[in-house]
Design a protein around this ligand. Structure first.
Ligand SMILES: *[C@@H]1O[C@H](CO)[C@@H](O)[C@H](O)[C@H]1NC(C)=O
Ligand SMILES: *[C@@H]1O[C@H](CO)[C@@H](O)[C@H](O)[C@H]1NC(C)=O
Ligand SMILES: *[C@@H]1O[C@H](CO)[C@@H](O)[C@H](O)[C@H]1NC(C)=O
Ligand SMILES: *[C@@H]1O[C@H](CO)[C@@H](O)[C@H](O)[C@H]1NC(C)=O
Length: 481
């Protein structure tokens, strides 16, 4: 596409931005799901809702193709598993740049490459610590060599667990001792290169990990006890966490680092705090805060630059951190909005625009055949429940979740249906040793939605088989009911 056309296209996107609210608002678009919307459908969803920036977790060519000519700003990523390879040799990084970016840089507004994702997370036990900085250096060098270094900056999205405060005050912030020396090197490199510091901040996890966490603080509500720190006044986790980072940077001698919040959001299911009501409350507070057009207390002149996490629910995300992991979307997996959201922060109760032209599988559900089950030993049912949950998705059945109130029979039906839908309604996926049957009456109950998957088309269907760590928990849970 001609350069002139691109310039026009970017100007147009600026106008749209001005008309549509917070200009620095981005979203994370992940794809760890069995049934993915076509990239073009997702891009239309972004456009319809005035979202002008996305962060993706790879450099998938189909995704980048769909973003061509849209003027939407993109942060692409190199997964953690490639860090060692990138670190090994500058040539590997050069190959990555030429294979993944060169075809798109003229048509897609790629501005950042995320080198790894939260590589210093404590749960990784240091697996990626050694390779991250060399990989970052090699990738930026490769970008420079391809003459892209000015427009595309390499950075490393980090979890906020790389720094902490020894008190509740942001001014006691400092980097975690085990990664401090490394952080000094990385920050220095990013700064010299004009690259941003990218940090993921999760007020939900503060509450998830500590029931005594002041809830008003997570929801941007007045009424909680504010934290006073020097002359600064903190009433919410975003401000306090962000300034803890700024203080940590100050303490290593860096005062003016550009900061991007790479992930922030609230899940809607899979935990008692993860509800649609709480997510609605959180996002309302967040958008209001963003539209103050003021940054954190310590740096009020610089507006927040944020990417929401996330765009769509992903039913293949690891539930090791918690069952809520599969429910971070502001939209359901099929692009239906979950709750009203006002991207302008003006508090209008408006549903976001849903994905258009989505095609679904047939109106068929898989449920327990009560005729049979009433005459079967409960041991057999539990065995089949275990199968369904191990290779399906039972995260919405966990305590405090949207389907936790079902009767024990409906509980099993939910599990059977998820298994069946995730396998594209294959007849053999609704058997469970004869305990299940296919029905054409919507099996949803109250706020517990028995979904029907989207039609991803024959030939594009995924094979999968993922872990069985939760099966036992579900059997126990079922037995308790
Ligand atoms: C980290 O270490 C713990 C305990 O030694 C172990 O259970 C876990 O699987 C390890 N995680 C990774 C990602 O290596
Ligand atoms: C709608 O979806 C179908 C296939 O699912 C596709 O062939 C068609 O081009 C789409 N139409 C629009 C306007 O996106
Ligand atoms: C199965 O048992 C349940 C609970 O005892 C009862 O409500 C239901 O009517 C029975 N179904 C059949 C088909 O017998
Ligand atoms: C089934 O019913 C629920 C509400 O109970 C509704 O939200 C959902 O859209 C329905 N599903 C279909 C495929 O009609």
């Amino acid at each position: 596409m001609a350069r002139a056309a691109l310039v026009l296209c970017y100007c147009w996107s600026m106008l749209v931005v001005l008309a549509n609210g917070y200009p620095d608002l981005g979203v994370n678009w992940g794809n760890l799901a069995t049934h993915l919307l076509p990239p073009k459908t997702v891009v239309q969803l972004l456009k319809d809702n005035g979202i002008r920036k996305v962060k993706i977790f790879d450099s998938d060519p189909k995704t980048l193709l769909a973003l061509e000519g849209t003027g939407i700003e993109v942060m692409v990523a190199i997964p953690n598993l490639l860090l060692e390879n990138m670190a090994d040799s500058p040539v590997n990084a050069e190959d990555w740049v030429s294979e993944n970016l060169l075809d798109f840089v003229d048509k897609v507004k790629i501005r950042h490459v995320a080198v790894g994702n939260e590589p210093f997370l404590k749960t990784y036990n240091g697996s990626f610590v050694k390779h991250t900085f060399p990989a970052l250096r090699n990738v930026q060098k490769a970008l420079d060599k391809a003459n892209l270094g000015k427009q595309i900056k390499a950075t490393v999205p980090l979890n906020a667990d790389v720094y902490y405060s020894s008190s509740s005050k942001p001014s006691d912030g400092q980097f975690r001792p085990d990664v401090k020396d490394l952080m000094i090197q990385i920050v220095k490199f990013l700064k010299e290169n004009g690259s941003p510091f990218v940090v993921n901040i999760y007020p939900f996890l503060s509450l998830y990990e500590n029931d005594n966490f002041p809830i008003e603080f997570a929801f941007f509500e007045d009424g909680g006890k504010p934290v006073d720190d020097k002359s600064y006044h903190y009433t919410n986790v975003l401000d306090a966490n962000y300034d803890t980072l700024l203080w940590s940077l100050k303490k290593i001698g860096v005062d003016d680092m550009k900061v991007i919040i790479g992930e922030i959001g609230w899940p809607t299911d899979g935990n008692k705090h993860a509800t649609i009501e709480n997510a609605h409350l959180f996002y309302n507070g967040l958008f209001k805060r963003l539209n103050d057009n003021k940054g954190s207390p310590l740096r009020s002149s610089a507006k927040f630059d944020v990417y929401l996490f996330g765009l769509l629910d992903e039913d293949q995300k690891s539930i090791e951190p918690g069952y809520f992991e599969r429910h971070w979307g502001i939209f359901h997996f099929d692009g239906k909005p979950k709750f009203p959201l006002d991207f302008t922060g003006k508090g209008q109760n408006k549903m976001p625009i849903a994905a258009k032209n989505v095609s679904y599988l047939e109106q068929k559900w898989c449920v327990v055949d009560t005729n049979i089950v009433n005459n079967t030993g409960s041991w057999t049912v539990q065995k089949q429940l275990e199968v369904a949950c191990r290779d399906g998705d039972c995260s919405s059945l966990t305590p405090g979740s949207s389907c936790s109130g079902l009767s024990s029979i409906s509980h099993v039906s939910y599990a059977f249906n998820m298994y069946y839908q995730m396998r594209n309604q294959k007849k053999s996926a609704c058997d469970f040793e004869g305990l299940a049957m296919i029905v054409d009456k919507n099996a949803s109950q109250g706020r517990c939605l028995f979904p029907i998957m989207i039609d991803v088309g024959a030939g594009k269907r995924l094979n999968f088989g993922f872990g069985g760590i939760i099966a036992t928990i579900f059997i126990m849970f079922f037995m308790l009911m």
